[in-house]
Design a binder for this molecule. Structure first.
Ligand code: ADP
Length: 565
């Protein structure tokens, strides 16, 4: 009941830990994704800001011209234009400056009274060499276009307009400045500055882009894209192809070059690569942590179950021990009582009771010794003191010693000893105990078919010794348990045979501490073969030598010569 409660609580905790693990995993993945996104987002945001600054810088480069006109004396402008249809000479320095600037390819002026395009007449063109406007009859169409555009724009604005200039760009072709006399809401004239397209792109913008968005970072690609013709005019990274899917930023030159977009792409493979690596690392660590935690949880559950099993086995062990000790004591007590009370006078009966007491006392003694052996094994007090054992010779000695007993039980032991010098590296006392126990078990658990064969053989590293009988055999279901403490097969023959179920458990532990293994092949009602193997003396490793050194130093406590009766 109590343990059920704990087992329930354990499972509840296990479930909660699992849920917590899944929660942590989810949170981590979510967080990592967020970081990745925000990192990319923050790069994009930074670049967007840079593009804006870049576009304003370009704009400011052009607007230097109208700014100077804006600062000029409007009354003087008005007087000059009204009088001569020309700009005043005071603007000549500015016009010279424009004429010397490679960004521009021509300066034209026309008063607002007539337009060169409508009248078909000429217009004023600034001559750098003459440092004045000269009347020209032939001029490029773009001058006309620019003036018409500025005029159209001003038509809408004029009634409200408070400033003396209004600049309009005819895409990348011209910058057109309408000179306004705001007091009378009237346009005085139009100054058209043609833009040098080649210089603008191949020189000015190219250099600007290279300085603001250097190619070598590879992090960010910028394109100047003409959306009308769908052509890329400039880029900072010629290796990156212009594809719509890559675009994360689209901006314009505000009020300038209407046909052009500034398009940007944060190169995700490069920019996010650090984050990707970190993400992968995090996920691996997370997976390992989860795996570790799961393993520990499973282990905790497993070990708790094992502990439970052990505690059940311990209480079974205790009741078994109590039972095993009480039975012979009860017999001794009863027999002793009968003798003490003088109820048994007949010498034969007296002998019978005496033998009974003696047999049970021996059984008790053996039992106590077995129990002490088990306790010593459990507390690791039994150590092996290995030495060279000439296995065949030792088998023959033991059989010779046991022969009277074996023959009295109807056995004629057969030996099948392997050729060569079979030398095992093991504790001699343990070797004798193991072999005698197995032989005596064969005798105990054989009824009609009296067959006993002891064989020896050698593998590359081990010496194998087998004890075969044609006795009772062991049921398949019992085979995994026969080496457990107090385990006895539940059948009639075993029930009629005296024993404590401790012999094979001790045998197994002894084989183990000598670096060997034991196995059994058995068929119920046919017979059994117990085979144990011990390390070959010639093949023993340096570690075994070391073990030996350590073991000879340890104290050696065991009653090895006794066998299970
Ligand atoms: P014990 O002989 O004192 O009962 P053991 O530990 O030596 O205890 O053996 C455990 C059980 O294994 C025995 O009770 C018996 O049922 C079974 N057993 C052992 N050896 C043999 C054998 N050679 N043939 C058949 N059964 C055996």
């Amino acid at each position: 009941m109590f343990s059920n409660k704990y087992s329930f609580i354990r499972w509840v905790f296990f479930g909660m830990a699992l849920i917590a693990l899944m929660g942590i995993t989810y949170m981590n993945i979510h967080y990592v994704n967020q970081v990745r996104e925000s990192t990319k987002e923050s790069i994009i945001e930074k670049k967007r800001e840079q593009i804006r600054t870049f576009a304003n810088q370009v704009r400011s480069r052009f607007l230097d011209v109208p700014r100077e006109i804006w600062n000029a004396d409007i009354e003087e402008l008005k007087t000059s234009i009204d009088k001569s249809g020309q700009l005043p000479e005071s603007l000549n320095p500015l016009l010279q400056k424009i004429a010397s600037d490679s960004l521009y390819s021509g300066i034209y002026f026309h008063s607002a009274e007539t337009t060169p395009c409508e009248s078909g007449t000429g217009t004023w063109e600034f001559s750098k060499e003459l440092n004045r406007f000269v009347w020209v009859n032939a001029f490029p169409d773009v001058v006309c276009d620019g003036m018409s555009l500025a005029r159209t724009r001003m038509k809408v604005l004029l009634s409200e307009y408070k400033w003396n200039t209004k600049t309009t760009f005819d895409t990348h072709r011209s910058m057109n400045i309408a000179i306004v006399y705001p007091n009378e809401h009237r346009i005085l004239g139009y100054l058209v500055v043609l833009i040098n397209y080649d210089y603008l792109l191949d020189n000015y913008l190219k250099k600007e882009i290279e300085s603001v968005f250097p190619t070598e970072s590879g992090l960010f690609t910028i394109w100047i894209h003409d959306w009308v013709t769908n052509r890329v005019l400039l880029t900072n990274n010629a290796n990156e192809t212009f594809e719509r899917d890559k675009i994360q930023i689209v901006d314009r030159f505000p009020g300038l070059f209407d046909n052009w977009n500034i398009v940007g792409s944060v190169n995700s493979t490069v920019s996010a690569s650090d984050v990707e690596v970190q993400t992968t690392k995090n996920l691996i660590i997370l997976a390992l942590t989860v795996a570790l935690l799961l393993t520990s949880l499973v282990f905790i559950i497993y070990s708790a179950q094992k502990e439970q099993e052990i505690s059940i086995r311990q209480s079974e062990f205790l009741s078994n021990v109590t039972h095993e000790l009480k039975t012979p004591l009860a017999v001794i007590q009863a027999a002793g009582e009968n003798i003490k009370d003088g109820r048994v006078k007949n010498p034969e009966r007296l002998h019978y009771y005496g033998k009974h007491i003696y047999d049970e006392a021996i059984r008790l003694k053996t039992m106590i010794e077995r129990l002490l052996d088990v306790a010593r094994f459990d507390s690791n007090q039994i150590k092996a003191s290995p030495q060279q054992i000439f296995v065949n010779q030792k088998i023959e000695e033991i059989i010779e010693r046991e022969l009277p007993f074996l023959q009295s039980k109807g056995f004629e032991p057969q030996l099948s000893l392997g050729a060569g010098n079979l030398t095992a590296w093991a504790d001699l006392g343990h070797f004798e105990t193991i072999l005698t126990n197995l032989i005596e078990n064969s005798v105990k658990y054989s009824s009609d078919r009296k067959f006993l064969k002891i064989s020896s053989a050698v593998t590359s590293t081990m010496v194998q010794i087998s004890v075969e009988d044609h006795g009772n055999g062991i049921p398949k279901s019992s085979i995994p348990h026969i080496f457990e403490k107090f385990y006895r097969v539940e059948d009639t023959l075993t029930a009629h045979t005296k024993g404590h179920g401790l012999g094979l458990s001790i045998v197994k532990q002894m084989v183990n501490i000598n670096g060997g293994k034991i196995r059994v092949e058995s068929e119920y009602e046919k017979g059994s073969i117990f085979t144990f193997e011990l390390p070959l003396a010639d093949n023993r490793t340096s570690s075994q030598k070391k073990t030996r050194k350590e073991q000879t130093q340890a104290h050696y406590v065991t009653n090895t010569a006794e066998s299970v009766v």
